[in-house]
Design a protein around this ligand. Structure first.
Ligand SMILES: [Zn+2]
Length: 73
């Protein structure tokens, strides 16, 4: 375990995991894109040229709260 603290209930030691992206052509994990969401003409998110970070997720075993951290890949 780790020393990460749940900001909801204060439990220390959260379970590591990640947010799945099961979309077509997806890498299998969600990423954080810098800048507010903008949509293109087909409704998809514009993300060209923006920094994208891997999202690490930690689950509190006591209350189920998720803590998210965006890290460089
Ligand atoms: Zn908690």
């Amino acid at each position: 375990m780790n020393q990460i603290k749940c900001t909801q209930c204060g439990t220390i030691g959260l379970e590591p995991g990640f947010i799945e992206d099961a979309g077509q052509g997806a890498y299998g994990y969600a990423r954080w894109i810098a800048g507010p969401l903008e949509r293109g003409i087909f409704g998809g998110a514009k993300r060209l040229g923006r920094p994208r970070l891997r999202i690490d997720s930690f689950r509190c075993p006591h209350c189920g709260h998720l803590e998210l951290f965006a890290q460089p890949e």
